[in-house]
Design a binder for this molecule. Structure first.
Ligand code: SF4
Length: 464
């Protein structure tokens, strides 16, 4: 894949975008000022509500800081930052993210140690995403400010600690450990804007007078993917070879070859963004969950086993807010783990199996991994739909109804599915060496994989 060297820099497709990239580099002070402002607002919103009583009945977003913070974090920030990755790449990371910014600042004054090997393990983004998602469900992170402080604040403290120990003015946390960095990287691969390196111009340029500090440690010379780039703009114009540029949406994914794929990234996509996320968003709406829990509770009561029905559990382990009549038992916790785990294995396993078959039919190296990346649009839209459910709920509580909500959801799901099928068709079509019959069969198998990722959303929004 050669996403970066497709056209010479001397003829940019969007000169205004290249100028925007240059402006980002020149006006770095404005970006830093913005980052300090976001950091202060973030700290106020994540810390203060955790020490306030729960919102009173009848409180509103505009007169209760806790509700306002809940809406800001989970109703606006999280769903729309995710969505922005598909359209703008990781601009959030490089321009606004308070955690990346504070980690970088800490790294400027820290020990400056080199990044150890264990920290570079490719599975951290997968493990961190699954752990954060599941823990967030157990403590009801979207509903309660104390839980949000533990999850978001804990992550921020870890980001600062990593910054204080590793790197010199770098974002080692973002590059290797951030729970959403892998997700953002996957979605950014789809984005129609990116910083592009022209290798020919790079090689032709002499040694640069001022080296660029790329905080997330991107290899600027070989930069071909938008996944690791935080779009901070610092390298714009470097060696007269890098500029902010456009490309067709999904172009990077459609041109992936065997060397561009990463097994951990695919696991994160298939078992995390698709499987685990579906389980995490579905369990509270699932009639199967309720039926299974009631049946298990009855079974336990009939046998005088009451230990699992106990609810004297700290709120940082399982949701425990008696004042809001919201208390989880051990059984609730186990059932949530079981539901999310089952969804991850069944949905992720189904998608994985059919992609394996499609890959075998094509017969090209690592074909199933390449095909998996085609699921990025569907996974991104699915995540957005799941997360924006809280936006809809919070707005509904304020009397604001989203018109034609079912239609909007169906349209978004159809768009994500169409995007993934189009990418699959392109990747299958680009599989040199496979016969026409093999390509058709592979496309059929891949379509069944896509169906497995769409069906749970259809059931959740249009059947239950
Ligand atoms: S490659 Fe690095 S320096 Fe360049 S825009 Fe991306 S994050 Fe910033």
């Amino acid at each position: 894949m050669s996403a970066c060297a497709s056209s010479p820099l001397s003829a940019p497709r969007a000169p205004w975008l290249a100028r925007l990239g240059e402006a980002m580099r020149r006006h770095r002070g404005v970006i830093i000022g913005l980052q300090w402002a976001v950091l202060v607002a973030y700290l106020v919103l994540v810390v203060t509500p955790a020490f306030l009583p729960l919102p009173a009945a009848g409180a509103h977003l505009w007169d209760d800081l806790t509700l306002f913070a809940q809406f800001a974090f989970w109703g606006i920030w999280w769903p729309f930052v995710l969505l922005s990755m598909l359209f703008m790449g990781r601009v959030w990371c490089g321009v606004l993210c308070p955690e990346g910014f504070i980690s970088e600042q800490a790294s400027r004054v820290g020990l400056g140690r080199p990044v150890p090997r264990w920290l570079k393990w490719g599975g951290w983004p997968f493990v961190a995403f699954i752990a954060t998602t599941v823990y967030g469900q157990l403590v009801s992170v979207y509903e309660y400010a104390q839980a949000a402080l533990v999850v978001l604040g804990g992550s921020t403290v870890a980001a600062i600690a990593v910054g204080l120990v590793y790197g010199r003015g770098k974002r080692v946390w973002c590059r290797h450990l951030c729970p959403v960095s892998g997700v953002f990287g996957l979605l950014a691969r789809f984005a129609p804007v990116h910083f592009r390196t022209d290798r020919a111009r790079w090689e032709a340029a002499g040694a640069p007078a001022v080296p660029v500090n790329c905080a997330p440690l991107v290899d600027l010379r070989r930069m071909e993917s938008a996944a690791p780039c935080h779009m901070c703009g610092r390298c714009s114009g470097h060696r007269d070879a890098i500029q902010l540029s456009t490309r067709a949406p999904g172009a990077e994914l459609a041109r992936l070859d065997a060397d561009d794929v990463d097994r951990w990234e695919v696991r994160l996509l298939v078992f995390g963004l698709i499987g685990t996320a579906i389980g995490a968003f579905q369990w509270s709406a699932s009639p199967w969950f309720v039926r299974a829990k009631l049946a298990l509770a009855e079974w336990l009561i009939e046998r005088d086993h009451f230990a699992l029905l106990g609810d004297d559990i700290p709120w940082w382990l399982l949701t425990h807010y008696p004042q809001a009549n919201d208390v989880f038992t051990w059984l609730d916790g186990l059932m949530i783990l079981a539901y999310i785990g089952t969804a991850a294995v069944v949905v992720g396993g189904w998608v994985s199996l059919w992609l394996q078959l499609a890959g075998r039919l094509l017969g090209t190296p690592r074909a199933h991994l390449r095909l998996a990346y085609a699921l990025v649009p569907l996974a991104g839209i699915g995540l957005f739909l799941g997360l924006s459910g809280l936006t809809v709920t919070l707005l509904g509580a304020e009397g604001v109804a989203i018109p034609q909500l079912a239609l909007v959801r169906a349209a978004l799901l159809a768009l994500g599915t169409a995007g993934s099928l189009w990418l699959l068709a392109t990747l299958v079509g680009n599989s040199a060496g496979a016969t026409r019959a093999a390509r058709l069969a592979a496309m059929g198998a891949a379509t069944i994989a896509v169906a497995g990722a769409v069906l749970p959303w259809v059931v959740m929004y249009f059947v239950w």
